[in-house]
Design a protein around this ligand. Structure first.
Ligand code: ATP
Length: 345
């Protein structure tokens, strides 16, 4: 089997159990994200995969080779895994070329360094030292250095954390494109859901040392396994509903389900902020509310709404993202599109 496979992984720091049940599958050539709040064990997971920290139990394989099962461990230097730590950790006394070529056989070094400089868009900077580079350029050197030996798997530990918002977005897109060009299989660790959603082919959400859910970004955003994951991936309107016959009866009327379900009964469905439409006058199925705040965010407006009489256990506030600004005052809120059952039958 190609790619990375992790099953039932447990790992501890001393007596502290950090990972208590991690499952992760990354197909050959795919970009995966491990997403989770600070302290949930993301770095520990990368360190186990890289071979810097032992598994206590479970199974980690790469391309069908066993890396660790809690008893047998392949030494880190035999794993063919590249690792880009949070701060890039470049050698300060070596030039960019020296950093990238470090550890490459002499014969091919020049040619390979030139290839990698072009790949990460740093032609012309070969002779600079790390302190003469911007944060983003330093991260690109770290990436080139990790790709130099053509690892079977590349691990990136929050590589954009120290960069400002604009640079982060650009570099993230560039790195994803570079990895695809190189045909690399990679895992990026982050606590930033936007980063995960925009970067990855597949996302594993880590919660309290376990994999809570692994799925493609769109699937995870639209069909999270529970309310905690729904909230972690972005703002969520969680609406009480009666589910039956592939539909949800809600205060907004009858809405179709994203996926058919056999169960019947009461539950909670998810409406993302983009699914709420605002009207100035009453509309069929629309709920009366007050605009509490409307905040301009560049690409859209975030509108906080107070439902008029919180019917049927509706949350105290609803969130809508709209193209146009809305003045504070009365509005009518309509829900559109299919809903996902996050709790219930
Ligand atoms: N060397 C260590 N010795 C003991 N405990 C550790 C060690 N390294 C990490 N821990 C603990 O393990 C837990 C998980 O840490 P880890 O760094 O894997 O989390 P993380 O999700 O990567 O966090 P962050 O996003 O803040 O980097 C934390 O509670 C941390 O305090």
């Amino acid at each position: 089997m190609s790619g990375l496979s992790i099953k039932g992984l447990r790992a501890a720091h001393g007596r502290n159990e950090i990972l208590t049940g991690v499952d992760l599958t990354v197909e050959d050539g795919a970009l995966a994200c491990v997403l989770g709040p600070s302290g949930c064990g993301k770095s520990t997971l990368l360190r186990v995969i890289a071979g810097f920290h032992p598994a206590a139990e479970g199974e980690v394989t790469l391309g069908g080779r066993l890396l660790d099962d809690g008893r047998r461990r392949l030494p880190a230097e035999h794993r063919r895994i590249g690792y880009v730590p949070q701060d890039g950790a470049l050698f300060p006394h070596l030039t960019v070329a020296g950093n990238i070529g470090f550890g490459l056989p002499r014969g091919r070094r020049r040619e390979r360094v030139a290839e990698l400089l072009a790949l990460v868009g740093l032609d012309g900077l070969a002779k600079r030292h790390p302190h003469e580079l911007s944060g983003g350029q330093q991260q690109r050197v770290a990436l080139a250095r990790a790709l130099a030996t053509e690892p079977e798997l590349l691990l990136l530990d929050e590589p954009f954390a120290a960069l400002d918002a604009a640079l982060r977005t650009d570099l993230r897109a560039e790195v994803a494109a570079t990895l695809r060009r190189a045909g690399a299989t990679a895992i990026l660790v982050t606590h930033d859901q936007e980063e995960a959603l925009s970067f990855a082919d597949t996302i594993a959400v880590l919660h309290a040392g376990r994999t809570a859910q692994q799925a493609a970004p769109q699937h995870l955003y639209r069909e999270p396994a529970d309310t905690a994951i729904a909230r972690f991936l972005g703002e969520a309107n969680l609406i009480p509903a009666t589910v039956a016959d592939g539909k949800a009866e809600t205060v907004f009327g009858t809405l179709p389900l994203t996926t058919a379900r056999n169960g019947k009964g009461d539950g909670v469905v998810l409406l993302r902020p983009r699914q709420l439409r605002l009207h100035a006058t009453p509309a069929p199925g629309a709920v009366r509310a007050r605009v509490q705040t409307c905040r301009f965010r560049g690409h859209d407006h975030r509108v906080e709404l107070l439902p008029a009489d919180s019917p049927n256990g509706l949350p105290a506030t609803l969130i809508a993202y709209t193209d146009a600004p809305w003045p504070t005052g009365e509005v009518y809120v309509e829900a559109r599109g299919a809903v996902h059952v996050v709790e219930g039958p």
